[in-house]
Design a protein around this ligand. Structure first.
Ligand code: G3P
Ligand code: CA
Length: 301
């Protein structure tokens, strides 16, 4: 009997250790800003691949970013560029030209990792070759409700209803992410296009939105307008200063600048008391936040 109990306890302990989440032993942050892995850990792995998202989470990113387009047959896929040419390799009829003109079956023939190995031989890995364009649904299936998503709706060719915003919302509902989004910002929806965000707001007024901003547009009047519908703003890092952060916070807006990669820049921008930022190197930003107890108000989350 005692032997059986001993074995049972041993088995339970083994089960417990096998489900320990990746990154559980990462030290805590001294400054609780939000680490957004821009296109995944795209400084280390090919952008918008499962390899880049996996690595971002291992490095302790709080959010993984997806840029999304609709395919010609109406599927939401994760890719940054409007066209395939920079990051896709494969049959030209499938893997060059506009992403919105291809079906999902065509896109799934493209290798999304070889370009990275060619461009960054110092960071190349054999397993990046053959990485595929993920659909947003595949991303939700892989990571479920365990992680946070920061999803940008890109301007696309597909204007036939339902809209990309509607399809995104449908997917969030299907995968149980809508409540987490509303209650604790598990999904943030971002766009450069105000009408896209206003449509999302019309469809579901509680989904938190981030208005992305182009350089030289971060004036007080524009930010006051944005505060009427958005949880926060994503300004280009070139526009960001401590006083701009204070202005945004005065309007109740969270601020997540894009895209900061160099350690000195990460330290400087974090020191402005932003609420988080987009980086291709979540490990570097994490190291800055683990080391520095910036004297900032609690971030807007
Ligand atoms: O979404 C924030 C940042 O990603 C915007 O720039 O061009 O990398 O999507 P882009
Ligand atoms: Ca983006």
């Amino acid at each position: 009997m005692r032997l059986a109990l001993f074995i049972l306890v041993g088995l339970l302990a083994a089960c417990g250790s096998s489900v320990e989440p990746d990154g559980a032993d990462i030290p805590p942050l001294k400054t609780d800003q939000v680490i957004v892995a821009h296109r995944g850990a795209s400084g280390h792995a090919p952008e918008h691949t499962l390899a880049a998202y996996d690595l971002a989470l291992e490095m302790g990113a709080e959010y993984i970013e997806q840029d999304v387009y609709s395919t010609a047959d109406g599927v939401l896929v994760c890719l940054h560029d409007t066209t395939l040419d920079r990051t896709a390799r494969g049959p030209a009829e499938n893997c060059s030209g506009s992403v919105g003109s291809k079906t999902l079956a065509q896109l799934k023939t493209c290798d999304m990792g070889s370009w990275f190995n060619e461009t960054h031989p110092d960071r190349a890995r054999p397993e990046y070759v053959g990485q595929r364009i993920p659909t947003l649904e595949e991303v939700f299936q892989r990571y479920g409700r365990e992680v946070n998503y920061y999803i940008e709706i890109k301007p696309g060719l597909d204007l036939t209803p339902p809209s990309v915003a509607q399809r995104l919302l449908d997917l969030m509902n299907r995968y149980g992410l809508r409540e987490g989004s509303v209650q604790r910002r598990q999904v943030l929806v971002q766009s450069f296009i105000p009408t896209v965000l206003l449509e999302m707001r019309r469809l579901d007024p509680e989904i938190p939105l981030i208005q992305l901003m182009q350089p030289f547009t971060t004036n007080a009047a524009t930010m006051a307008l944005i505060a009427g519908y958005s949880f926060g703003i994503g300004p280009p890092v070139s526009d960001v200063s401590a006083s701009l952060v204070q202005q945004a916070h005065g309007l109740g807006l969270a601020m997540h600048p894009y895209t900061v990669d160099e350690p000195m820049d990460l330290e400087r921008i974090a020191g402005y008391c932003v609420d988080g930022l987009f980086t291709n190197f979540p490990d570097r930003y994490r190291a800055v936040l683990e080391a520095n107890p910036y004297d900032c108000p609690a971030p807007i989350r």
